[in-house]
Write a protein that binds this ligand. Structure first.
Ligand SMILES: Cc1ncc(COP(=O)(O)O)c(C=O)c1O
Length: 375
Protein backbone atom coordinates (compact mmCIF):
# COMPACT_ATOMS: atom_id res chain seq x y z
CA UNK A 1 0.00 0.00 0.00
CA UNK A 2 2.60 2.51 1.17
CA UNK A 3 4.84 1.44 -1.67
CA UNK A 4 2.07 1.83 -4.27
CA UNK A 5 1.17 5.32 -3.02
CA UNK A 6 4.78 6.32 -3.15
CA UNK A 7 5.07 5.03 -6.71
CA UNK A 8 1.93 6.84 -7.73
CA UNK A 9 3.14 10.01 -6.05
CA UNK A 10 6.44 9.67 -7.80
CA UNK A 11 4.71 9.21 -11.15
CA UNK A 12 2.46 12.17 -10.45
CA UNK A 13 5.43 14.34 -9.54
CA UNK A 14 7.40 13.31 -12.60
CA UNK A 15 4.42 13.99 -14.85
CA UNK A 16 4.08 17.43 -13.26
CA UNK A 17 7.75 18.02 -13.83
CA UNK A 18 7.47 16.90 -17.45
CA UNK A 19 4.47 19.14 -17.92
CA UNK A 20 6.19 22.04 -16.27
CA UNK A 21 9.19 21.51 -18.47
CA UNK A 22 7.28 21.16 -21.72
CA UNK A 23 4.25 23.42 -21.47
CA UNK A 24 5.46 26.77 -20.22
CA UNK A 25 8.38 26.65 -22.63
CA UNK A 26 6.13 26.53 -25.72
CA UNK A 27 3.59 28.89 -24.23
CA UNK A 28 6.18 31.41 -23.14
CA UNK A 29 8.02 31.19 -26.43
CA UNK A 30 4.79 31.68 -28.37
CA UNK A 31 3.77 34.60 -26.16
CA UNK A 32 7.19 36.25 -26.37
CA UNK A 33 7.21 35.83 -30.13
CA UNK A 34 3.77 37.38 -30.39
CA UNK A 35 4.59 40.29 -28.06
CA UNK A 36 7.90 41.12 -29.65
CA UNK A 37 6.90 40.81 -33.31
CA UNK A 38 3.09 41.08 -33.42
CA UNK A 39 3.15 37.83 -35.40
CA UNK A 40 0.28 35.37 -35.49
CA UNK A 41 1.03 32.02 -33.90
CA UNK A 42 0.39 28.56 -35.26
CA UNK A 43 -2.63 26.97 -33.57
CA UNK A 44 -2.45 23.43 -32.16
CA UNK A 45 -4.76 22.07 -34.87
CA UNK A 46 -4.72 21.81 -38.64
CA UNK A 47 -6.39 24.90 -40.14
CA UNK A 48 -9.21 23.64 -42.37
CA UNK A 49 -9.08 26.15 -45.22
CA UNK A 50 -9.87 23.65 -47.96
CA UNK A 51 -13.55 22.74 -47.72
CA UNK A 52 -15.54 25.98 -47.35
CA UNK A 53 -16.96 25.04 -43.95
CA UNK A 54 -17.85 27.32 -41.05
CA UNK A 55 -14.73 27.62 -38.83
CA UNK A 56 -16.93 28.33 -35.81
CA UNK A 57 -18.80 25.05 -36.15
CA UNK A 58 -22.53 25.31 -35.63
CA UNK A 59 -24.31 27.85 -33.46
CA UNK A 60 -24.80 27.49 -29.68
CA UNK A 61 -28.51 27.45 -30.38
CA UNK A 62 -28.16 24.45 -32.70
CA UNK A 63 -25.83 22.66 -30.28
CA UNK A 64 -28.30 23.19 -27.43
CA UNK A 65 -31.10 21.83 -29.58
CA UNK A 66 -29.07 18.65 -30.12
CA UNK A 67 -28.24 18.25 -26.41
CA UNK A 68 -31.88 18.80 -25.45
CA UNK A 69 -33.12 16.26 -27.96
CA UNK A 70 -30.59 13.48 -27.62
CA UNK A 71 -33.24 11.30 -25.99
CA UNK A 72 -35.35 11.58 -29.16
CA UNK A 73 -32.77 9.57 -31.06
CA UNK A 74 -34.93 6.48 -30.65
CA UNK A 75 -37.85 8.15 -32.45
CA UNK A 76 -38.50 8.30 -36.18
CA UNK A 77 -38.20 11.83 -37.52
CA UNK A 78 -41.78 12.41 -38.87
CA UNK A 79 -42.92 15.15 -36.52
CA UNK A 80 -39.67 17.14 -36.28
CA UNK A 81 -39.18 16.87 -40.01
CA UNK A 82 -42.57 18.52 -40.50
CA UNK A 83 -41.49 21.32 -38.18
CA UNK A 84 -38.30 22.05 -40.15
CA UNK A 85 -40.24 21.79 -43.39
CA UNK A 86 -42.63 24.47 -42.14
CA UNK A 87 -39.84 26.75 -40.88
CA UNK A 88 -38.03 26.64 -44.24
CA UNK A 89 -41.24 27.08 -46.24
CA UNK A 90 -42.18 30.12 -44.12
CA UNK A 91 -38.72 31.68 -44.34
CA UNK A 92 -38.90 31.46 -48.13
CA UNK A 93 -42.58 32.36 -48.38
CA UNK A 94 -43.45 29.17 -50.20
CA UNK A 95 -46.08 26.50 -49.56
CA UNK A 96 -44.66 23.28 -48.09
CA UNK A 97 -45.30 21.34 -51.28
CA UNK A 98 -42.69 23.50 -53.04
CA UNK A 99 -39.94 22.66 -50.55
CA UNK A 100 -38.05 19.43 -49.92
CA UNK A 101 -35.33 18.47 -47.44
CA UNK A 102 -32.35 16.33 -48.36
CA UNK A 103 -29.33 14.73 -46.76
CA UNK A 104 -27.25 17.79 -47.60
CA UNK A 105 -27.96 19.69 -50.80
CA UNK A 106 -25.78 17.05 -52.47
CA UNK A 107 -28.68 14.62 -52.26
CA UNK A 108 -31.04 17.15 -53.86
CA UNK A 109 -28.54 17.69 -56.68
CA UNK A 110 -28.21 13.97 -57.33
CA UNK A 111 -31.96 13.30 -57.31
CA UNK A 112 -32.48 16.27 -59.64
CA UNK A 113 -29.91 14.80 -61.97
CA UNK A 114 -31.58 11.39 -61.68
CA UNK A 115 -34.95 12.83 -62.65
CA UNK A 116 -33.64 15.02 -65.46
CA UNK A 117 -31.29 12.42 -66.92
CA UNK A 118 -33.39 9.27 -66.70
CA UNK A 119 -33.12 8.92 -70.46
CA UNK A 120 -29.52 10.11 -70.58
CA UNK A 121 -29.01 13.12 -72.86
CA UNK A 122 -26.62 15.91 -71.88
CA UNK A 123 -25.96 18.34 -69.06
CA UNK A 124 -24.69 21.87 -69.74
CA UNK A 125 -22.59 23.54 -67.08
CA UNK A 126 -19.96 26.25 -66.65
CA UNK A 127 -16.36 25.16 -66.24
CA UNK A 128 -14.96 25.10 -63.63
CA UNK A 129 -17.76 24.48 -61.17
CA UNK A 130 -18.85 22.15 -58.35
CA UNK A 131 -18.50 18.57 -59.59
CA UNK A 132 -20.83 16.34 -57.55
CA UNK A 133 -23.87 16.47 -59.86
CA UNK A 134 -21.67 16.18 -62.95
CA UNK A 135 -19.98 13.03 -61.69
CA UNK A 136 -23.37 11.56 -60.83
CA UNK A 137 -24.92 12.49 -64.21
CA UNK A 138 -21.91 11.09 -66.01
CA UNK A 139 -22.21 7.81 -64.09
CA UNK A 140 -25.75 7.53 -65.48
CA UNK A 141 -24.54 7.89 -69.03
CA UNK A 142 -25.16 11.62 -69.57
CA UNK A 143 -22.70 13.64 -71.57
CA UNK A 144 -21.36 16.68 -69.74
CA UNK A 145 -20.99 19.79 -71.90
CA UNK A 146 -18.58 22.12 -70.13
CA UNK A 147 -18.67 25.79 -71.09
CA UNK A 148 -15.50 27.68 -70.06
CA UNK A 149 -15.99 30.79 -67.95
CA UNK A 150 -15.35 34.17 -69.62
CA UNK A 151 -11.99 35.90 -69.47
CA UNK A 152 -13.29 37.93 -66.49
CA UNK A 153 -13.89 34.50 -64.84
CA UNK A 154 -17.64 34.93 -64.68
CA UNK A 155 -20.09 32.35 -66.00
CA UNK A 156 -20.66 32.78 -69.75
CA UNK A 157 -24.45 32.63 -70.02
CA UNK A 158 -24.49 33.45 -73.74
CA UNK A 159 -22.10 30.59 -74.52
CA UNK A 160 -24.10 28.27 -72.27
CA UNK A 161 -27.25 29.07 -74.20
CA UNK A 162 -25.47 28.26 -77.44
CA UNK A 163 -24.19 24.98 -75.98
CA UNK A 164 -27.68 23.65 -75.21
CA UNK A 165 -28.61 20.82 -77.59
CA UNK A 166 -31.83 19.00 -78.38
CA UNK A 167 -30.80 16.21 -76.00
CA UNK A 168 -29.90 18.57 -73.11
CA UNK A 169 -31.88 17.56 -70.05
CA UNK A 170 -30.29 19.74 -67.41
CA UNK A 171 -28.48 23.07 -67.09
CA UNK A 172 -26.58 23.44 -63.85
CA UNK A 173 -25.40 26.79 -62.47
CA UNK A 174 -23.81 27.49 -59.10
CA UNK A 175 -24.35 31.10 -58.01
CA UNK A 176 -22.02 32.24 -56.49
CA UNK A 177 -19.87 29.73 -58.34
CA UNK A 178 -17.30 27.38 -56.80
CA UNK A 179 -14.23 27.24 -57.04
CA UNK A 180 -14.40 30.69 -58.65
CA UNK A 181 -16.41 32.79 -56.17
CA UNK A 182 -17.94 34.89 -58.96
CA UNK A 183 -21.60 35.86 -59.11
CA UNK A 184 -24.22 36.41 -61.80
CA UNK A 185 -26.57 39.34 -61.17
CA UNK A 186 -30.21 38.49 -60.49
CA UNK A 187 -31.71 40.19 -63.52
CA UNK A 188 -29.32 38.57 -65.97
CA UNK A 189 -29.75 35.12 -64.47
CA UNK A 190 -33.54 35.42 -64.27
CA UNK A 191 -33.74 36.13 -67.98
CA UNK A 192 -31.52 33.15 -68.72
CA UNK A 193 -33.43 30.79 -66.43
CA UNK A 194 -36.84 31.81 -67.77
CA UNK A 195 -35.75 31.24 -71.34
CA UNK A 196 -33.82 28.01 -70.84
CA UNK A 197 -36.40 26.40 -68.55
CA UNK A 198 -38.77 26.31 -71.50
CA UNK A 199 -36.49 23.65 -73.01
CA UNK A 200 -35.09 21.72 -70.05
CA UNK A 201 -34.64 21.65 -66.28
CA UNK A 202 -32.46 24.44 -64.84
CA UNK A 203 -30.86 23.86 -61.49
CA UNK A 204 -29.50 26.85 -59.58
CA UNK A 205 -27.26 25.82 -56.72
CA UNK A 206 -27.27 28.56 -54.05
CA UNK A 207 -24.96 26.87 -51.54
CA UNK A 208 -23.19 30.20 -50.86
CA UNK A 209 -26.27 32.42 -51.10
CA UNK A 210 -25.96 33.71 -47.52
CA UNK A 211 -22.48 35.17 -48.05
CA UNK A 212 -23.32 37.53 -50.92
CA UNK A 213 -23.67 41.21 -50.09
CA UNK A 214 -23.76 42.60 -53.63
CA UNK A 215 -27.11 44.35 -54.13
CA UNK A 216 -27.41 43.12 -57.73
CA UNK A 217 -27.50 39.51 -56.52
CA UNK A 218 -30.75 37.65 -55.85
CA UNK A 219 -32.15 34.18 -55.38
CA UNK A 220 -33.95 32.27 -58.13
CA UNK A 221 -36.48 31.15 -55.50
CA UNK A 222 -38.54 34.14 -56.66
CA UNK A 223 -39.15 32.35 -59.96
CA UNK A 224 -40.21 29.20 -58.11
CA UNK A 225 -42.63 31.32 -56.09
CA UNK A 226 -44.11 32.67 -59.31
CA UNK A 227 -45.03 29.10 -60.22
CA UNK A 228 -42.63 28.44 -63.12
CA UNK A 229 -41.82 24.83 -63.91
CA UNK A 230 -38.44 23.28 -64.76
CA UNK A 231 -36.64 25.46 -62.23
CA UNK A 232 -35.02 23.95 -59.18
CA UNK A 233 -33.08 25.86 -56.51
CA UNK A 234 -30.88 24.17 -53.90
CA UNK A 235 -29.54 25.52 -50.60
CA UNK A 236 -27.55 23.96 -47.79
CA UNK A 237 -27.07 24.01 -44.02
CA UNK A 238 -23.43 22.98 -44.57
CA UNK A 239 -21.96 26.44 -45.06
CA UNK A 240 -23.10 29.44 -43.01
CA UNK A 241 -24.96 27.15 -40.57
CA UNK A 242 -21.81 25.07 -39.96
CA UNK A 243 -23.58 21.73 -40.26
CA UNK A 244 -21.61 20.02 -43.06
CA UNK A 245 -21.25 16.81 -41.08
CA UNK A 246 -24.93 16.67 -40.08
CA UNK A 247 -26.17 16.65 -43.70
CA UNK A 248 -29.17 18.91 -44.27
CA UNK A 249 -29.99 20.64 -47.55
CA UNK A 250 -33.07 21.95 -49.32
CA UNK A 251 -34.69 21.98 -52.73
CA UNK A 252 -37.26 24.54 -53.95
CA UNK A 253 -39.34 23.94 -57.08
CA UNK A 254 -42.82 23.53 -58.53
CA UNK A 255 -44.90 21.09 -56.47
CA UNK A 256 -44.80 18.48 -59.26
CA UNK A 257 -41.00 18.38 -59.19
CA UNK A 258 -40.89 18.31 -55.39
CA UNK A 259 -43.25 15.33 -55.42
CA UNK A 260 -41.02 13.49 -57.86
CA UNK A 261 -37.89 14.29 -55.82
CA UNK A 262 -39.65 12.93 -52.74
CA UNK A 263 -40.54 9.74 -54.58
CA UNK A 264 -36.98 9.14 -55.84
CA UNK A 265 -35.06 9.85 -52.62
CA UNK A 266 -33.56 6.81 -50.94
CA UNK A 267 -32.25 8.08 -47.63
CA UNK A 268 -33.70 9.54 -44.48
CA UNK A 269 -32.57 12.25 -42.13
CA UNK A 270 -31.17 12.11 -38.61
CA UNK A 271 -33.59 13.53 -36.06
CA UNK A 272 -30.69 15.41 -34.43
CA UNK A 273 -29.66 17.02 -37.70
CA UNK A 274 -33.23 18.15 -38.29
CA UNK A 275 -33.51 19.53 -34.76
CA UNK A 276 -30.25 21.45 -35.10
CA UNK A 277 -31.27 22.91 -38.48
CA UNK A 278 -34.69 23.98 -37.19
CA UNK A 279 -32.96 25.93 -34.41
CA UNK A 280 -30.18 27.30 -36.58
CA UNK A 281 -32.40 28.67 -39.34
CA UNK A 282 -34.27 30.70 -36.73
CA UNK A 283 -31.06 32.15 -35.29
CA UNK A 284 -29.95 35.18 -37.28
CA UNK A 285 -27.33 36.24 -34.76
CA UNK A 286 -24.99 33.37 -35.58
CA UNK A 287 -25.38 33.88 -39.31
CA UNK A 288 -24.59 37.59 -38.93
CA UNK A 289 -21.58 36.79 -36.75
CA UNK A 290 -20.26 34.32 -39.32
CA UNK A 291 -20.78 36.80 -42.16
CA UNK A 292 -18.87 39.46 -40.22
CA UNK A 293 -15.96 37.14 -39.49
CA UNK A 294 -15.84 35.90 -43.09
CA UNK A 295 -15.62 39.52 -44.24
CA UNK A 296 -12.77 40.18 -41.77
CA UNK A 297 -10.87 37.13 -42.99
CA UNK A 298 -11.43 38.01 -46.63
CA UNK A 299 -9.79 41.39 -46.05
CA UNK A 300 -6.72 39.66 -44.63
CA UNK A 301 -6.35 37.41 -47.69
CA UNK A 302 -7.19 40.18 -50.15
CA UNK A 303 -4.53 42.39 -48.54
CA UNK A 304 -2.00 39.58 -48.83
CA UNK A 305 -2.86 38.97 -52.48
CA UNK A 306 -2.58 42.67 -53.23
CA UNK A 307 0.71 43.03 -51.35
CA UNK A 308 2.19 40.13 -53.35
CA UNK A 309 0.79 41.50 -56.62
CA UNK A 310 -1.10 38.29 -57.42
CA UNK A 311 -4.04 37.92 -59.75
CA UNK A 312 -7.46 37.30 -58.19
CA UNK A 313 -11.19 37.75 -58.71
CA UNK A 314 -13.75 39.35 -56.41
CA UNK A 315 -15.13 36.86 -53.90
CA UNK A 316 -18.88 36.65 -53.28
CA UNK A 317 -18.59 33.54 -51.10
CA UNK A 318 -16.70 32.27 -48.05
CA UNK A 319 -13.54 31.48 -50.01
CA UNK A 320 -10.98 33.38 -52.09
CA UNK A 321 -9.45 32.22 -55.39
CA UNK A 322 -6.10 33.63 -56.48
CA UNK A 323 -3.22 32.79 -58.79
CA UNK A 324 -0.14 31.63 -56.91
CA UNK A 325 1.80 31.55 -60.18
CA UNK A 326 3.32 28.30 -58.94
CA UNK A 327 2.79 24.56 -59.13
CA UNK A 328 -0.12 24.25 -56.71
CA UNK A 329 0.56 20.76 -55.36
CA UNK A 330 3.90 21.84 -53.97
CA UNK A 331 2.40 25.10 -52.61
CA UNK A 332 -0.27 23.05 -50.84
CA UNK A 333 2.29 20.57 -49.49
CA UNK A 334 4.43 23.38 -48.02
CA UNK A 335 1.36 24.97 -46.40
CA UNK A 336 0.32 21.61 -44.97
CA UNK A 337 3.75 21.25 -43.37
CA UNK A 338 2.93 24.53 -41.58
CA UNK A 339 -0.45 23.20 -40.44
CA UNK A 340 -2.73 24.71 -43.12
CA UNK A 341 -4.89 22.68 -45.49
CA UNK A 342 -6.19 24.60 -48.53
CA UNK A 343 -8.21 23.56 -51.61
CA UNK A 344 -6.94 21.12 -54.24
CA UNK A 345 -6.05 22.31 -57.76
CA UNK A 346 -9.07 23.03 -59.98
CA UNK A 347 -8.32 22.52 -63.68
CA UNK A 348 -7.82 24.44 -65.90
CA UNK A 349 -6.76 26.96 -63.24
CA UNK A 350 -3.85 24.78 -62.20
CA UNK A 351 -1.85 27.47 -60.42
CA UNK A 352 -4.84 29.04 -58.65
CA UNK A 353 -5.49 28.41 -54.98
CA UNK A 354 -8.92 28.22 -53.34
CA UNK A 355 -8.65 29.26 -49.71
CA UNK A 356 -11.68 28.92 -47.44
CA UNK A 357 -12.19 31.65 -44.88
CA UNK A 358 -11.23 30.54 -41.39
CA UNK A 359 -11.23 32.52 -38.13
CA UNK A 360 -9.43 35.89 -38.65
CA UNK A 361 -6.68 34.92 -36.19
CA UNK A 362 -5.98 31.74 -38.19
CA UNK A 363 -6.29 33.67 -41.44
CA UNK A 364 -3.54 36.01 -40.17
CA UNK A 365 -1.32 33.02 -39.52
CA UNK A 366 -2.10 31.73 -43.03
CA UNK A 367 -1.24 35.09 -44.68
CA UNK A 368 1.95 35.44 -42.66
CA UNK A 369 2.99 31.87 -43.50
CA UNK A 370 2.16 32.27 -47.19
CA UNK A 371 4.23 35.45 -47.38
CA UNK A 372 7.16 33.80 -45.58
CA UNK A 373 7.09 30.83 -47.92
CA UNK A 374 6.30 32.47 -51.24
CA UNK A 375 6.55 36.25 -50.81
C1 LIG B 1 -21.69 24.66 -54.82
C2 LIG B 1 -21.92 23.54 -53.86
N1 LIG B 1 -23.07 22.87 -53.90
C3 LIG B 1 -23.33 21.86 -53.07
C4 LIG B 1 -22.39 21.47 -52.14
C5 LIG B 1 -22.71 20.30 -51.27
O1 LIG B 1 -23.11 20.70 -50.07
P1 LIG B 1 -23.88 19.73 -49.07
O2 LIG B 1 -23.00 19.60 -47.90
O3 LIG B 1 -25.14 20.46 -48.80
O4 LIG B 1 -24.14 18.42 -49.75
C6 LIG B 1 -21.18 22.15 -52.04
C7 LIG B 1 -20.18 21.75 -51.06
O5 LIG B 1 -19.09 22.21 -50.97
C8 LIG B 1 -20.93 23.20 -52.94
O6 LIG B 1 -19.78 23.89 -52.92
Amino acid sequence: MTQSITRRQALFRSSLLLGAAAMPRTLTAALQEKQSTGLATRPDYIIRAGTNENPYGMSRVALNAIYNNLDKSSHYNFRVRQELHQVIADLNQLPKDQVTIGSGSGEILEIASLIANMDRGSVVTPDPTFQQILRYSSSMGSEIIRVPVRSDMNIDLAAMKRAIRKDTRLVYIVNPNNPIPSMVAKKELEEFVLEVSKKCMVLIDEAYYEFVDDPSYGSMIDLVREGHKNILVSRTASKIHGMAGLRIGFGFAHADHIKEIGAKGTGSLSILAITAATASYQDNEFQNYTRRKVRESKLIVEDMVQELGLNTTKSHANFVFFDTGRELRSVNQKLLEKGIKVGRPFAPFDTWSRVSMVKPEDMKYYAQTYKQLFG
